[in-house]
Design a protein around this ligand. Sequence first.
Ligand code: ZN
Length: 939
Amino acid sequence: MKESFIRNKYGEVTHFSHPPRIAKQADFDGATPAQVAEAYLTENKQRLGLAQGRIANVEDATKFSEDPDATVISYLKEKDITGSTLVIFQQSTMGLNIFNARTGVHVNNADMTVNSVQSSMHASVKITNLDAKERQVEKSPKKITAPAFRKMLRTIKGAENPRIARQVVYRYESDDRVEAEDHRGCFGGGGGHVHLDLSKADGFKDGEHYIVDEVLFRAPISKGAKPVNWRALVEPKTNTVLYIRALVAHATGMVFVRDPQTSSNATVTASSMNAQLNPFRSSVTLPGLTAATPQPLAGDFVNIMDFSIPTSIPPTVANPSGAFNFNARSDDFSAVNAYYHCDGLFRKMLDLGFTLSNYFDGTTFPVPVDHRATIGSSDGNEVNASAPGNALGNGLEEFRFALVQQNQALGMATSARVTWHEFGHAVLWDHVNSPNFGFAHSAGDAMAAILYDPNNQCADRFDTFPWLTISNPVISRRHDRAVSAGWAWFGANYNTRYGGEQVLGTTLFRLYRSLGGDSTRLSTRQRASDTTLYLILKGIGLLSSTTNDPRIYVTALQNADLTTTAFKGVPGGALHKVVRWAFEKQGLFQPGATPGGSTITTEGNPPEVDVYIDDGRNGEYQYQRVHWQNQDMWVRRSADGGTSHEQPLVGLTNYMYVKVKNRGSEWASSVSVDAYHCLPGTGLAFPDDWQPMTTPSISLGSPIPPGGSTIVGPFAFTPTQVGHECLLAIAHADGDPGNDTTLTGTISEGRFVPFDNNIGQRNVNPVMPSFQNLVAFMKGHKIWVRNPFRKVKVATIHISMPRILRKLGWRMKVVSRGMDKFEIGPRDRREVVFDLVPGADFRSQDIKRAIERGDATILVEVLLDGELSGGMSYPLSFDTDPVDREKRKDFGLLRTDLSDSLRRLLKGQTIDPDILSSRKIRRVSFDFDEELLDDKTDP
Ligand SMILES: [Zn+2]
């Protein structure tokens, strides 16, 4: 790839591309995409022809605002686009934005390189009407009176809320005054459009810059149409309109966004009347339509047509802002649903980061869709849908939809889930040249189940097509099929058709549940749904032919994870073990579970070697809400090999032990464990925020037998803060390395630890207070909240108290700035301070009972954009162990002495010789965290 420039008629660079390049000026260690883009622009100003422009620092966009001689280029916003970030800058002069003058710098998130820039900035700006600038900058839009509006736009009637939003600088182009001829749907050609009678723009010259008022209002673009937003740029001295556009609304239509059962567990069926069915419609924008007058249901991805009997001509509306609103019981309603949902299939692929032209290399767009078609029987009165292939069998030809129920005017396309089933075939055509896998009908049922689960209101979560089932009780397709009931891979009910579809659906739904589908939080379920859908689709893209062996698809799904550099900002290589487990639980991976078999009635086998640190799931991957309480990792205050946990002591060497088990069928050899700890906090990114323990790794001399276990330790480490410490252990064995070896980037602990049984995490509370001390302990107690992502997140602190404390009116709250909800910058961290407000007195037996009940832990969870990022648990306890109490007393003494001594040392004084000679301090070492030093300075 060589450097290339594209220029406009003014000689300005509008596009610049070159091999990936790192901007030299920025310190890229931890730099954000915005910082990288800014450094890049500064470096390349000359070549981009923006030498006149000053680049305002990201933090100070308004710095040069009143300078008349130069334009200012300042950060506007950024957009995340599947692994890269588009950082957009705005050009301004004299504090006024230059209309549509922007530059987008494309930053690759993986290595922070730039390889292309798109720009519409102006090389030089000379303003002709400087005296038109308002002296006072208006804070809010200025109303325009009706007579004033008539002066500007004589022929536009019924304008609502006309106002001057702001002043901008506009480079006049006479050709661009109104919408160009070929997009003229709004202004000419078709009948009934508003006639724009603009006064002559005498004296205004092409290419010159003018200060103009940006006038916004709402008005219909044709008689009787609903109003849309307009923008006009008006030169204030002469009231001349230099530019005007209707910001044309997309057509809308009423559809079942989700079917009535999925959206509200309704009891309506396909034989219900319009009066019952219509309330389940909602009005949506129909994206991607190609504007036309009249407007058909034809767009970028799909085109609703009547290519199959029975005859049913798809509806049109008068113009591009029309509304496709029809009764539920009509072919027209089915047509609108067919457009909205089939367009949505491809749009979802885009949203997941796929490039459609690559993925669907054999399919021609737009894909024809018949919303009222014949599939099997010739009378068209059937319950069915299909996705036939093209003549070469290497791409999708079309979608066909019949009815939800015989003799009822409700189209199959009203079921979004059915469109996803058909999409299961569409994605196979392009990759395996067949609508079926060979080992199952398709992954369409799985995708429908997973996509519509996060917010599913249907009482039966495992009914794959509730809208069809309720209308035709015979149709029973489920995604909770039990292995013991013959639904194993190669069990009695398995076949390569719909039996296999349900076995696959159950398997992939299990994967989704593990990845967060079983969370109580909607945002976590949605993220899990997208992630699973992404893996399913990418896995299909990695197949090259049909196969009757599902293990080939397992490998494709695992490779889909392993080769992902970033999916929605999260690296790959962390989920492949869960993929295998999901299939293992459905009976795959055992003798007899091979093509042709039909006798499997049990779950499959684990991998030959499968070492794990038991977090309570026995090495399996059912969804787990809290990932930082692994009880097979524990701490001793001395390296005595004890097997009960002692809370570590701050400032002293403590020792972690880890129990490693093997659930595989073969001996685990060359077992080693790596140990890490870190500053207390949440949202810890691996590996960046974790540091190896003083004993970083221990290798075992002898292998672990199948079903056996070994305790590995001691790992020496020294916690630095009272309150908490996070411990991480990663086991490795021949044939079963930890996912730290497969990660493709830095990942937050919540996306890492739960999905690899080789990894354990335990957050501990060095010198845990007894309950009596809890109030004192929690007053001003601090944790660090970190944002491991490269964009701004909203952090929410969620605190759950044991019931006994809640009942007595005890409350814990966040008292630091922003309280329990605040924004946190990219890769930033923030200190959060707690306070415990005591309630009524309690009896110690109440606490004892709460401990016995297992409801005696204060749980702090940190959410970033609504998704669990990490947290801390504070178990209540009575510190009754006398040895423990003794040690605590010692420790208390030591701390007082130590802080005294430190203060003296820092002031250049000598330390009390009594303390030095005592055995309490053997060595003092300083370990300053520079970033924290400012906050921690003792006044
Ligand atoms: Zn099918």
